[in-house]
Structure formats: C-alpha cells, structure tokens
Design a protein around this ligand. Structure first.
Ligand code: ASP
Length: 585
C-alpha cells in the first residue's frame, strides 16, 4: 500500500496515528535543528518534519530531497506548534520515521504553487507541471463536476446520450473545416464536425425524441480568449417541441447548474428580442447586470449645423453615472479608445453635467446650454453624469456604443463576477448580408426555420425575415444558441436556394438530410451550450484556456508537443497528398 491517507485529510483527531503519505515535495525548509517538508498531492499539503529524534539515515535522505521529488514518508501525526489556518491540515504535522524516494525530479522550470513565477509560454510548454498547481487543478475539477451534473440532469429528463462521428462530411456552422485526408479513398477528405448538427437532426428523424452529447467540435477560425480550434459543447435536440419548450428545458439545466455548483438562485430568464438587445444594449449578447442603456438621439440632435451629426444615419448615446469629473486627458483617452479598429468610431462627443450645475460639451459651438439640458433630460441624465455620444451607420454605431458601455461598466466596477444574470435573446434575423461576397448567409445555420409569419418575405425581402433562433446569454457572454429547425424538405430546398446553393450543390452536400426528411421528419428543435465558456464563467475566469487541460495557444499551436508539425514524405505519399514525380535522369 503506497499510502494510508492523502495529503489533504489529516487533522487533530489523527494525532498519535502512524500514517504513510505519498506525494510531491513542494518545499524543504532546513532550520538547523528541524527540517520541514511540504508534501503535496491533489488533495492538499501536509507538513512533514524531522528533528533531534529522527534517525540519522532519514535526515540524510531528507538532505538530498529537491523540489518535485516524488516520495513516500511514514511517521506519527502530532499537533503543530505554530498552526497554519490557511490549509485544512494546518493543525498537524508528521514526525517522520522513514522516507523513500519514488522518483527524482530535475529543478522545475517554474515554482509549482498558486503564485508561480512562470510566464504564460513557459507554463504552456510544461503544461503537465502547470496542471500540478492547485488553482489550475481546481478549474478542471470544476469542469468535471459540471459535466457530471449536466449528464445526470439531462439523463433524468429523458435525454439519450448518443455519440456521433468525428470523421464526417462537412456541416456548415459558418467557420472553416478542419479536414482529414482519406488514405483508402485517394483525393477525398473527411471534415471534422463544426458541430453534430445534421446527425442530431437525423437522430430526431430516427425517433430518438431527446438527444444530448457532451462533444468536441472543431472550427478553423482565428482564435481569441474565448475560442479554441477544438472546444466542447453540451449539444441537444428534441422532437415535438416548440421554441418555448427548448428554452424552458435549458433554463432548467442552467438554473440547476447555478444552484448545484454555485449555490446561486436566479430569477426567471427574461426573453429579449434581438432588435431590442441591439437598440438598448448595442449587442446581441447584452450584459444586463447594469442598465446604462443606449438612447437613440438621431432626430433630436440634427438641425444645429454640426456636420458630423447632420450626415449620420444614426446618433446615439449612453449616460455614465458620476463621471462628469472626467478630465480632459481621460476624455481624450476615451476618444482614442473608440477610434481603435475594434470599435471603429470616427470620434466621440461628450456632455458633462457638472456638479456645480453647469453643463459643458465638446460641441458647445453648435448646441446652447438649453439644447444640452434638453438632451440630458431626454437621456435621463442627472447632475454629475457624463453623456457619451457616437454617430454613424446604425448597426455599426450601436455595436460601438455597446462596447463603450461595457468598457465604462468595467471602469466603474459594475460587472461583479459572482452575480449571474442570464437571459434569452430571441427572434434573431434569419439571414445576414455579406458585403464582400454580395450574398446572404444563415445567421445561425441553414437548418434554422424562419418565423412562420415571415416566410412570405423570404423572396421579397429576405433581410427582414426573423428566425426561430435563440441564444442564452449570461453576463454579456453567449453561452449557447439554437433554433427550431426546418423539417420540410421543400422549405429546406428554398432555404438552400436563398443561400446561393444550386439544386445540384445542395443535393451533393445535404442530399442525405433532405432525403431523410422525405421519410417522416418530426418537428424538432435544439440548442448547444459552449461548455468551456460556461465552466470559465462559473470559475470566474476570462479565458477558456484555463478550463481546458491541454489548450492550444493563440496561433492554434500546442506548444507542449509542438503540433501541428510536418509529416514524413512517406505519410504524405500514402495519403495521396503528393504526386510522385518521375525521378530526374
Ligand atoms: N449546432 C448549433 C451550434 O453549434 C447549435 C444548434 O443549433 O443546436 O451553434
């Protein structure tokens, strides 16, 4: 038996017991007469001690220990003289009588404790060492726990966990596919699933009624803090349901997770149409922990000769509480902030409602004090507030204001990580116009059904058609999305036509789905949650990387095993990826 106990469980009740522990040496402190060793495993840290009673050979062995050696130590539990309230085993220590080195360690490249001295890159290269750090482990244990709770909950609700293939024919979710060459079928490729979308719909045709899977998905996109080339979804599909049934079921799951994992009860999730989210929050994933709504002022600010506004299709502003004392320097810096390419505004107009009752703006030349007071009144601003105004093309400016709103809320500390405010954003547009390619794309995916009352607009004004599509948003993060599906092969064919597929292309790519719909497809709908995002939000983290055991870096590389990497000519040839040119004579 390697150990009688773990390093996280001994306390005063064990005093006098002989125990054997095993783990990693975190630290050795030699105080002359006594030596202390912090022994660590997944469960905690226990202090081992040698003193004048310790046999010489044990002291000798301790002298040769280094950081991260794996050892086994036997000894008697005793009460500590100076207790450590910060750890569960802080009342006791082990007076060791024997020690065995199970495995030596080279000096690790960084210290393996919560406040490590290792930089990001180094920790990624030695991820297995980073994963020894308790705070990193905690994130992954949280992940395991959330997966377990989700599985139990959905299974109890009658969902059948079903695996779908990883080597598939491409399913469009709006990203590029990762592809895998087929050795047995020269010149042909599998795609890795961007999601199991088509398979779960086929499972509904097959009569599974309720499906779920916690599943890896792959998308070849540019990476950001909340994106990885491979990520995990809680993926679901249900038959004979309407939108409300899906929302209620997954509101139930979210509420259950919040309760079980975080001990938090939340109100019923509001449902907000996409158009309202854009108008009031400048975002399709509004953070509703705070108000600071957008106010459209397009009609109110025109006619005073300020050319920028005269020419703008949209003018809108936000009112930031208590920021009238922003200095010139701060306002200049904010102006630079909105001009960054990510925000893309041309400039920023401000109105200050000073605490002394005066009102000042960056457009005093064009607007009288009366005008400014009128605007402030319309926006519900009060003394001490700062009004920030942007103008330009409607959706672009709403988005910019939405980002400015988040930035100001961050500065004001209005986004506490331990408050959870979920909502459903509903009634998304079905289609999105792409200026570059001059054609429509499905905003969610091509299998999403239009709202029945909007179907008539499909040919005349496709951009106006709303979808039976919904997103779950928590604290400004899109946690999940789904839709009611098209289950009629005729309507699906129309949809493919509007998306620019010829009937032959649609047949080649999705023929099997349309075929399946010819054999009795039930009405169905579904959703997928981004599991990594959900876990990182529950962990209070900003990046999903920290909740993934072996993540990739921002260039999609695994710097630990150095992949992607070239493969041998033999492999390339076997996969028919190089044509063997005749050898030169
Ligand atoms: N397959 C979709 C996605 O990955 C989710 C869904 O529509 O159920 O976003």
């Amino acid at each position: 038996m390697y150990r009688t106990n773990t390093c996280g469980e001994l306390n005063l009740a064990h005093c006098g017991h002989e125990v054997t522990l095993a783990g990693w040496v975190q630290r050795v402190r030699d105080l002359g007469a006594m030596t202390f060793i912090d022994l660590r495993d997944r469960y905690g840290i226990t202090q081992l001690v040698t003193d004048e009673h310790t046999p010489e050979h044990v002291k000798e062995a301790v002298n040769h220990l280094g950081r991260e050696f794996v050892i086994q130590a036997k000894g008697i539990v005793r009460e500590r003289a100076s207790k450590n309230k910060n750890i569960s085993t802080g009342d006791i220590e082990i007076e060791i009588s024997s020690i065995r080195v199970l495995s030596k360690s080279e000096v690790p490249p960084f210290t393996i404790q919560n406040d490590t001295d290792g930089g990001d890159d180094l920790r990624m290269k030695y991820r297995y060492l980073d994963l020894r750090r308790p705070m990193v482990q905690q994130n992954l244990f949280l992940r395991a726990n959330m997966a377990h709770v989700t599985r139990t909950y959905l299974s109890e609700q009658g969902f059948i966990e079903t695996e779908t293939p990883v080597l598939i024919k491409s399913t469009p979710e709006g990203a590029r596919d990762f592809v895998v060459p087929s050795r047995m079928n020269p010149g042909e490729f599998y795609a890795l699933p961007q999601s199991p979308q088509i398979f779960k719909q086929l499972l509904m045709v097959a009569g599974f009624d309720k499906y779920f899977q916690i599943v890896k998905c792959f998308r070849d996109e540019d990476l950001r803090a909340d994106r990885q080339p491979e990520f995990t979804q809680i993926d679901c599909e249900m038959s004979f349901v309407e939108q409300e049934d899906v929302l209620n079921t997954f509101e139930g799951l979210t509420r259950h997770l919040l309760r079980e994992i975080k001990g938090v009860e939340v109100d019923a999730f509001p449902r907000m149409p996409w158009s309202v989210a854009m108008e009031k929050y400048g975002s399709d994933k509004p953070d509703i922990r705070f108000d600071m709504f957008l106010h459209e002022m397009t009609d109110k600010l025109k006619g005073k000769g300020f050319q920028v506004f005269e020419n703008a299709p949209y003018i809108g502003g936000i009112c930031v509480s208590g920021c009238a004392d922003y200095t010139r320097k701060q306002l200049d810096e904010l102006t630079e902030w909105v001009k960054r390419p990510q925000i893309g505004s041309k400039g920023l107009v401000y109105i200050k409602l000073n605490n002394d009752g005066t009102i000042r703006s960056s457009v005093d030349k064009f607007y009288s004090e009366e005008d400014l007071k009128g605007i402030a009144g319309l926006m519900g601003a009060k003394q001490g507030d700062l009004i920030l105004i942007l103008s330009g093309e409607r959706e672009h400016t709403q988005n910019a204001l939405g980002l400015l709103r988040i930035e100001m809320a961050n500065r004001l500390g209005l986004r506490p990580k331990d408050v959870f405010k979920p909502l459903w954003v509903v009634d998304f547009p079905l289609l999105e116009w792409n200026e570059e390619t001059k054609r429509y794309f499905a905003m969610h995916h091509p299998f999403t059904s239009p709202k029945p009352e909007d179907i008539a607009l499909l040919d005349s004004d496709p951009g106006k058609v709303r979808a039976n599509a919904y997103d779950l948003v928590i604290n400004g993060v899109e946690i999940g999305g789904g839709s009611v599906r098209i289950f009629d092969s005729q309507l699906q064919a129309t949809m493919f036509r509007i998306l620019g597929f010829t009937p032959a292309q649609a047949e080649a790519q999705f023929g099997f789905l349309m075929n399946a719909f010819r054999y009795g497809a039930p009405p169905h709908a579904g959703i997928a949650f981004g599991f990594d995002r959900l876990v990182s939000m529950f962990a209070g983290l900003d990046s999903i990387r920290d909740v993934i055991a072996f993540p990739k870096n921002n260039s999609g590389r695994d710097v630990m095993n150095d992949s992607p990497s070239p493969i041998s000519d033999d492999q390339l040839e076997e996969l028919n990826l190089i044509i063997n040119l005749p050898k030169e004579k």
